[in-house]
Design a protein around this ligand. Structure first.
Ligand SMILES: C[S@@+](CC[C@H](N)C(=O)[O-])C[C@H]1O[C@@H](n2cnc3c(N)ncnc32)[C@H](O)[C@@H]1O
Length: 261
């Protein structure tokens, strides 16, 4: 029995065992007991996770894969969760315990998976997995790069990021059209921002929505005082700012006294 690959669920099954082992090895397995794999499919990565001294959970939306896992991975038993990862309340499900996230992710929801990890960052010390290469590069890009954007800044505000390696299409069944990239995120020691997080997100998103404009122009809706606008930072475009500069910028706008609501 094998699972029939379903395109709408982003199913590309990894055939290369060595790559599965390498992805499993990318986590440190320190500081947490629970590891949640998103989209195990037929369990190629799960198998390597089960060799580690940790508690493995898997969440899979596809009922055919669930049947496969239940018959082939009996010892996972009630740690096979048949659900949509995007709808899971991770804090309640894991009773506030920390968990690492790992997977060969379905590409159609990959940015949403990262945003969810950011949302639940207080519970997630580590996160690693495979994305479409271009998304992996966007998450790990630094200032000055064309692909540095919302995903890069919001992720890197809370996590240290590392691009690990590239994976070609021919190791999947069926092969995707593009290369894949494996990345690793490790939560920063101090991941509490000195600013209101939703406000920070708004500043970053607004700035990058018009990425060719200087901040003076793109952030007009924030009604910033003329005095603050004289700061040289407002002559820059968003891709020129480091994550720390974005945090400082948000703080100065918030403290400017006349922020909009
Ligand atoms: C790229 S495949 C990887 C499968 C397997 N881990 C492998 O490496 O061969 C992505 C998997 O994610 C599952 N998936 C898609 N959307 C999901 C969701 N919202 N929640 C949980 N699993 C999902 C798919 O059914 C599929 O099994």
């Amino acid at each position: 029995m094998t699972v029939r690959a379903k395109k709408h669920l982003g199913q590309h099954f990894l055939k290369d065992e060595a790559i599965a082992a390498k992805i499993a090895d990318s986590l440190s397995f320190e500081g947490y007991r629970n590891v949640l794999e998103i989209g195990p499919g037929m369990g190629v990565l799960t198998k390597y996770l089960l060799k580690k001294d940790i508690i493995v959970w898997v969440v899979e939306i596809d009922s055919e894969s669930i049947e496969y896992l239940k018959t082939h991975y009996l010892h996972l038993s009630d740690r096979i969760i048949n659900a949509d990862f995007l709808k899971m309340d991770l804090a309640t499900y894991f009773k506030g315990d920390p968990l690492a996230i790992i997977g060969n992710f379905p590409y159609n929801i990959s940015s949403q998976i990262v945003f969810k990890a950011i949302e639940y960052r207080d519970y997630i010390p580590e996160f690693s997995g495979m994305f479409q290469k271009e998304v992996a590069q966007r998450i790990t890009a630094g200032p000055g790069s064309k692909i540095y954007g919302i995903l890069s800044v919001l992720t890197q505000a809370f996590f240290e990021v590392e691009y690990l390696f590239t994976v070609p299409p021919n190791v999947f069944n069926p092969p995707p059209r593009v290369d894949s990239g494996v990345i690793k995120l490790v939560r920063k020691k101090n991941h509490t921002l000195p600013v209101d997080v939703p406000f920070f997100f708004r500043v970053v998103k607004t700035a990058f929505n018009q990425r060719r404009k200087t901040l003076r122009n793109s952030l007009k809706s924030f009604q910033i005082s003329d005095k603050l606008k004289e700061d040289v930072i407002f002559a820059l475009r968003p891709e020129q700012l480091s994550v720390d500069q974005f945090i400082k910028l948000t703080k100065s706008i918030a403290e400017d006294g006349i922020r909009d609501h």
